[in-house]
Design a protein around this ligand. Sequence first.
Ligand SMILES: Cc1cc2nc3c(=O)[nH]c(=O)nc-3n(C[C@H](O)[C@H](O)[C@H](O)COP(=O)(O)OP(=O)(O)OC[C@H]3O[C@@H](n4cnc5c(N)ncnc54)[C@H](O)[C@@H]3O)c2cc1C
Length: 437
Amino acid sequence: MDILNINETLATIILAAIIVLSVLIPYYIKKQKNARKMAEKIDEAKKTGRSKPFSRHPQFNVNACIGIGICTRVCPEGDVLGLVKGKVAIVKGASCIGIGECARECPVGAISIGMGDISTREDIPQLSENLETNIPGIYIAGELGGISLVKNAIAQGREAVDAIFTQSVENTHVMIVGSGPAGMSAALRCVEKKIPYTIIDQTSAGGTILQYPRKKMTLVQNVELPLYGILDKGIYSKEELLEIWKKVQKQFSIDVKESFKLESIKIQEKGFISKTINGEFESTHVILALGRRGTPRKLGVQGEDKSKVSYKLIDASSYQEKNILIVGGGDSAVEAAIGMAHQYGNKVIMSYRKENFFRLKSRNETQIEEMMNKGHVKVHFSSNLMNIEDDSVILKQDQNEIKMDNDYVFIFAGGIPPYALLKDVGIKFGSKVENKV
Ligand SMILES: Cc1cc2nc3c(=O)[nH]c(=O)nc-3n(C[C@H](O)[C@H](O)[C@H](O)COP(=O)(O)OP(=O)(O)OC[C@H]3O[C@@H](n4cnc5c(N)ncnc54)[C@H](O)[C@@H]3O)c2cc1C
């Protein structure tokens, strides 16, 4: 009887152990698999230089974090955050645009959105509380100051003009450089306050929004656009936002001088002279609303000024049955090639000066290899674009010149950030302004 009891107890213990292990082992395997996946993602982000945040980003109180991971799931920009050893960490910081959904959703309040230590950052200009740089009279609004998002850009454009308005300068004239959300909001505020102003842009009115892919949904937190009212729909398509820009431009006669690229600012005894490629402008104040995306890098090849040459691809579906050359070998170039190759009848050629692709996102790497193997995209490695003609292009590869039919050229050679221009003017970077010059 006793032996029977012992056996029964043993059997119960074994059964209980089996039940516990059958739960624990799959849990452990899943945890290990997730940890491996996360390590791969972090590795890939480091390799592609996308691990570090660009401007405002989440900062964590790791002691408060209980590893629920809601923050990783609610981020609209994908893989910005991940759980590493049960705590939240930044995985792909460069994808963060500072929307802050993670901070709002964290049930234990372990996340805040900020800049971190900017004292050593060479890409963050020094600004006073009222957005003035160390040079009195020059202000910075929007993403150039390190704070991303449409909402913040609009608010700062307005605030910069308000700061200027409080100073009673004789013959005030505000020079606004950049017509994205920050510049446009500044111009509207000038109209509202009856301050004379000039607004220029190196491209067209709209700013970075113009570069968004077609129909991109943009999250815009409530913000008051001067003279328009509160943008309170929450989500706007790219096209809706641009429609608003057009409407206010027309209604308040905001004349954005397009294709006026600011090249330098000369400081005078009273005010400034802003030199652009198309002329000079005198003003008592300058608001720099240049954003941080910079100017597309040009190749300097013959024919690059032809209208068939672009530095961005907004909508691949509008190109069909065309001969297309894509120059570059980074993710943007490869994504454009893949997008174009999916369209009916396109012949897509890539020219890349290096021997191989490297540092591509793994998804892009797999897809481009597949496209190359199937012959949908032909890549000329170690080649350089030499000449762009109306119906053809010439590449140079191993001393050979290759001429091919061509309808469109897309160049993805990166951007030139605006920091050098600011430094030439004398604007200081790094920690906050204490003493003005
Ligand atoms: C893919 C993507 C998705 C995004 N999604 C969202 C989102 O969902 N919600 C959100 O709130 N934000 C989003 N953002 C961020 C948002 O677009 C920016 O924070 C915002 O546009 C910044 O506004 P800005 O006016 O400061 O600069 P920008 O919009 O960048 O405008 C700067 C303007 O200055 C001009 N310029 C630059 N240099 C010169 C020069 N030398 N001379 C003359 N003109 C010059 C440029 O041509 C440009 O028109 C996204 C950004 C990207 C790239």
